[in-house]
Design a protein around this ligand. Structure first.
Ligand SMILES: [Zn+2]
Length: 402
């Protein structure tokens, strides 16, 4: 009897060891990818100044205000400062009892400007991020989407679609679409694979571990390109940072925990996807100038865990001058679309949602438009060894040629 038990235990142990092997290999591959990123970044190319200064931050973050999250201000500020983020766009859930956008972080803490916004619901069951937030956030759930957006625009706020897969009122006049949401992407991961990665890869490469599993949000891009046919709209990746997924054993209410693994601290979430915003040279970064740039769609989305994407540009160049991503541009003879990147990428230009032009292994690419339309760029790092077209490093807001 004793002998059988010993044998069973030995077999179990062997199985336990054997199932670790693929995860150890994944950690090895991730390490190789991290060195490839470092090598690429060491050879960054600087492009000519274009009249804009770039600011890096994140959009869509929650704290324990309004529920759902266990995150606090101290962790949030430290994470934003450690990552040298220029801004964090807070989007607190609404509360009937108090104004969560006023009670969350507003103003500059350390190196980072915070704007207190809200995540809101409408009577049409649509969900938006509004910036800045408002004391009326909770009440908006009783009004129709069109009325809500009209009202918020009248008050100088910007309104961005979150969870586009659930949006009903596509005709509404929103300013931007969150084509990728980290929280939604995390839910699509296999928990078994995630557990192995959390043990083996996350300690050394927490951001890259997650980023390399992201997939191009193809369905949301189809929705985005449809919406962009009707009117100008920008696109971004939302962090949806909550700092609330993890396991711990033996904790107390004061937060003391024995064996405490948190998978999504703010620090990790902030390093995975980011928003790069362009402000005209000489315009200081303030609450007002940042909201204006969001309204003008002067931004691009990046998987920053694949490397610092600062310096990416998408422009329309003509004798009339240079215009930025997000702009509506008059189609004149000689207008050229120009994209630049700080390291060699594969540029893919889409026109009205259809692949229009492509160039691999380049830091600069120009294309002649063939008529009016919505043109945007995706930049891929094929050298990272991920399957081609799996997930772009960068996605730009479109240029709208009229
Ligand atoms: Zn959210």
């Amino acid at each position: 009897m004793k002998k059988i038990l010993k044998r069973i235990l030995l077999v179990l142990l062997a199985v336990l060891v054997a199932v670790q092997v693929p995860f150890i290999y994944r950690r090895y591959e991730t390490g190789k990818r991290a060195s490839a990123i470092a090598d690429m970044q060491a050879k960054r190319v600087e492009h000519q100044p274009d009249g804009f200064r770039e600011y890096r931050g994140i959009i869509h973050a929650h704290t324990s205000l309004g529920g759902h999250s266990t995150g606090g201000f101290d962790e949030l500020i430290k994470a934003a400062n450690d990552d040298s983020l220029d801004f964090v766009l807070m989007t607190e859930h609404w509360s009937d009892e108090y104004d969560t956008s006023a009670l969350t972080l507003n103003g500059t803490y350390g190196k980072t400007l915070f704007i207190g916004g809200n995540e809101i619901d409408t009577a049409d069951s649509d969900r938006f991020l509004m910036l800045p937030g408002s004391a009326d956030a909770a009440g908006l759930r009783r009004e129709k989407t069109d009325a809500v957006i009209q009202k918020l625009h009248g008050e100088g706020r910007v309104v961005m679609v979150t969870y586009p897969e659930t949006l009903k009122t596509w005709s509404a006049d929103f300013d931007g679409i969150e084509v990728l949401n980290l929280k939604t992407a995390a839910k699509q991961l296999s928990w078994l694979v995630a557990l192995g990665d959390v043990i083996w890869t996350a300690p050394a490469y927490p951001e890259l571990m997650f980023a390399q599993q992201l997939r191009r949000p193809t369905e949301n891009m189809t929705r985005f390109d449809e919406a962009a046919k009707r009117r100008p709209v920008g696109l971004f990746f939302g962090s949806d940072a909550h700092s609330n997924i993890g396991i711990h054993l033996f904790g107390d209410d004061a937060g003391h925990r024995f064996i405490n693994i948190k998978v999504d601290p703010y620090k990790t979430d902030f390093g995975i996807v980011q928003l790069h915003v362009l402000l005209a040279d000489g315009t200081p970064l303030t609450r007002g100038s940042l909201i204006d740039a969001l309204r003008a769609r002067h931004y691009f989305a990046s998987v920053e865990a694949f490397g610092n994407s600062a310096g990416f540009r998408f422009q329309a160049v003509s004798s009339a001058g240079t215009q930025a991503m997000g702009d509506e541009v008059k189609l004149v003879d000689g207008v050229t679309l120009r994209a630049t990147a700080p390291v060699p990428v594969r540029f893919v230009v889409y026109k009205d949602g259809v692949k229009f032009a492509e160039q691999a292994a380049a830091t600069e690419f120009t294309a002649k438009p063939d008529g009016p339309g919505e043109y945007r760029v995706e930049a891929y790092l094929d050298q990272l060894g991920l399957e081609a077209d799996r997930m772009p490093w960068i996605m730009s807001s479109p240029i709208y040629l009229r």
